[in-house]
Unconditional design. Structure first.
Lengths: 327, 334
């Protein structure tokens, strides 16, 4: 069953320099009970995608086409602000990158955890008990005592776990996690991934996990979507993408990760060229100006994704790269 | 590498005051020791990496080296000169030869200065404004591979990678011999991360620079560092040659840290050494071996006695029961 389905979504921002197409015909689905990763570099539209789903686009941004279907029939792009507010925090919860910024520094953790249950109709006592349960689930030791403490009394990893506890408090159907481990050390990062996996299994929610860290995506996600310059260039199961990437951008991105180098190289791989100006998108394939395989066809028309099976690459040469050397 | 190392650090301690006078009345030590008895050397043209969790003292150590943080005890000898006890005026020329690249690429640039002024600033500060500053700016931009017309932009108009390159250009402006790079690639995309590291490597090869790099990314360490040190609660628990430490870490903490490295392979089976998440506080350091509260191999001895320094191969570490066999995590890189 599909929980969230983004269809042909385009988002544009009105800027001083003209109209900027931040998302262009984005398609992705989040099935129930699955963890879907979105990977891509700065400026690829990851945050715009999240904001569009949450109905939090800046005033200068607008959805110019497409729909975001949640739980089958609700089109999030058409809901009013009251209806969206009723969904956020209840059905769709979010964990952001910066755990300190997500918590109010002048309120105790317990107060913030109670406040987030304002719609539940529980008594103060019951809310506190649920908060304690949730803190225990995210492995905060001694939660009864911790409840009266303030955010600055917790370490960075603990604050992020508290943010996760708060997001999952209302047992949402969809958790959107925006780079939740980027600010953490490797040891804490791994612990947080394991925690997210366990909680996802317990609660049975779906997770849309945004990251630019390929290792984290590989460890956590069932499926993944690769974005470049506001477009989805490839999507498939994590296994398919990491072992049989078909889009040249995905292949280059994977090759850049020093973790994939089996031995020490004098020069680390990079991707030549720069992101295109989104106010003035190149004709044809979006990656064509930086792609070694680009030819006349690529420069003329955007590639039509052959939407067969689970693995899709929007590239005119997808078949050729698949047949080529395996990564 | 000449006979004398470029930098030798010996038993350096850095203390920060904390607590009230009541704590000292209660007989407890006042203040915390953020860097505790650190000794190492760094040769010319060598890249040395500091790794460890947040709060382990990596940045404090780097700031101590170029005098941004006072030393409590210990000695730092850099390029034949003792640095501890130098006045601000005496430290200034030293900082020109040992600049620091700060952590946040955009935040470490003044938002009110154009790239041109940012790059000219080191020359002005060090009394070299008689030089043709426009030519110097052009030279630096070319060195770090930025287009000339970038000189008139302001930091907020730069991408993360460009801002980082400006930071590199500022650091190498005065022909330094040692660059202290604090998380030079944190927050950068993998492709840009490669560009910045290649740039640092090029400069090292061309200018004979030494680099002290602080990073969370162990894959980066493996790629660029000749030697590395693992910090825990302000101490070096293990230091040695990078390749050897990745193949066979001897300290259980090093092994745990290396095993926690997320790998971009969904099918990989991990033999993770999972540590209890709670890092002890510097205010109340554990007894004996300070890692014993989280160590998977801890014995009663570890809680009571401070481990002596041991040398295994090229690695130096402090542990009662060093690991001798190859750790499961290290075999993955083979």
């Amino acid at each position: 069953m599909t929980l969230l389905s983004v269809k042909d979504l385009s988002v544009a921002f009105h800027t001083e320099g003209g109209r900027l197409e931040a998302l262009k015909r984005v398609n992705l689905t989040v099935p129930a009970n699955r963890i879907v990763g979105v990977v891509g570099e700065s400026g690829c539209g990851k945050s715009t995608l999240i904001n569009a789903i949450l109905g939090l686009l800046a005033d200068s941004g607008e959805v110019t086409s497409g729909e975001i279907l949640f739980e089958g029939d609700k089109d999030l792009t058409r809901l009013g602000s009251d209806q969206m507010r009723a969904l956020r925090g209840q059905k769709i919860a979010t964990v952001f990158q910066d755990p300190m910024g997500a918590l109010n520094p002048v309120l105790s953790v317990g107060r913030q955890m109670r406040d987030i249950q304002y719609r539940s109709g529980l008594s103060r006592q019951q809310k506190n008990e649920r908060s304690i349960d949730m803190l225990r689930k995210v492995r905060i030791p001694d939660p009864e005592r911790r409840l009266v403490q303030f955010p600055h009394e917790f370490s960075g990893g603990m604050k992020q776990r508290i943010a996760i506890a708060m997001a999952l408090m209302m047992e949402p159907a969809l958790l959107i996690a925006d780079e939740p481990t980027t600010a953490l050390d490797a040891t804490l990062e791994v612990a947080t991934i394991e925690l997210l996996k366990d909680l996802q299994r317990d609660i049975g929610c779906s997770v849309l996990f945004i990251s630019h860290h390929l290792g984290v995506i590989a460890e956590l996600c069932n499926e993944m979507v690769v974005m470049y310059a506001g477009e989805v260039v490839e999507r498939g199961t994590t296994h398919e993408i990491f072992h049989n990437a078909r889009h040249p951008y995905t292949r280059k991105l994977l090759a850049c990760d020093p973790a994939r180098l089996s031995r020490r190289e004098p020069r680390l791989p990079t991707i030549a060229g720069t992101l295109p100006d989104l106010r003035n998108r190149p004709q044809g394939c979006i990656f064509q100006p930086r792609c070694e395989l680009a030819d006349e066809v690529c420069r003329m028309a955007p590639p039509d994704a052959a939407f067969e099976g689970s693995h899709v690459a929007r590239c005119w040469h997808a078949e050729a790269t698949m047949a080529g050397v395996s990564p | 590498m000449s006979a004398e190392p470029l930098l030798s650090v010996s038993d350096v301690r850095v203390r920060f005051p904390s607590g009230s006078s009541l704590t000292s009345l209660a007989g407890k030590p006042r203040g915390i020791e953020a860097v505790s008895g650190v000794s190492f050397t760094l040769g010319r043209g060598e890249t040395f990496a500091l790794v460890g969790e947040s709060g382990s003292g990596k940045t404090t150590l780097a700031r101590t080296l170029n005098g941004l943080q006072a030393v409590a005890t210990g000695s730092i000898r850099f390029d034949g000169q003792h640095l501890v006890g130098l006045s601000e005026a005496q430290m200034k020329p030293v900082r020109g030869r040992m600049p620091m690249m700060f952590q946040d690429p955009v935040g470490s640039l003044s938002p009110r200065l154009s790239v041109r002024l940012l790059l000219a600033e080191p020359f002005v500060i060090h009394g070299l404004s008689k030089r043709d500053l426009n030519a110097e700016v052009a030279r630096l931009l070319a060195l770090v591979g930025l287009p000339r017309d970038l000189a008139d932009r302001y930091p907020h108009q730069l991408s993360g990678g460009q801002a980082r390159r400006v930071g590199v250009a500022r650091a190498i402006a005065l022909d330094p011999v040692l660059v202290l790079a604090d998380e030079p690639t944190a927050g950068l995309d993998v492709s840009v991360q490669g560009e910045v590291l290649n740039l640092l490597n090029d400069l090292r090869d061309r200018m004979g620079l030494s680099i002290l790099i602080i990073t969370h990314n162990l894959h980066v360490v493996r790629q660029i560092a000749d030697r590395m040190a693992v910090m825990y609660l302000g101490r070096f628990v293990e230091q040695g040659e990078t390749g050897a430490m990745f193949r066979a870490p001897h300290h259980p903490y090093t092994a745990a840290l290396l095993s926690a490295n997320p790998e971009p392979d969904p099918d990989k089976i991990h033999n993770r050494i999972v540590l209890p998440a709670e890092v002890p506080s510097l205010v109340a350091r554990p007894s004996g071996c300070e890692f014993h509260t989280r160590c998977p191999c801890a014995q009663p001895l570890c809680a009571s006695d401070v481990p002596p320094p041991v040398t295994i191969g090229a690695s130096r570490l402090t542990c009662h029961f060093p690991l001798s066999v190859e750790a499961p995590a290290a075999s993955a890189s083979a």
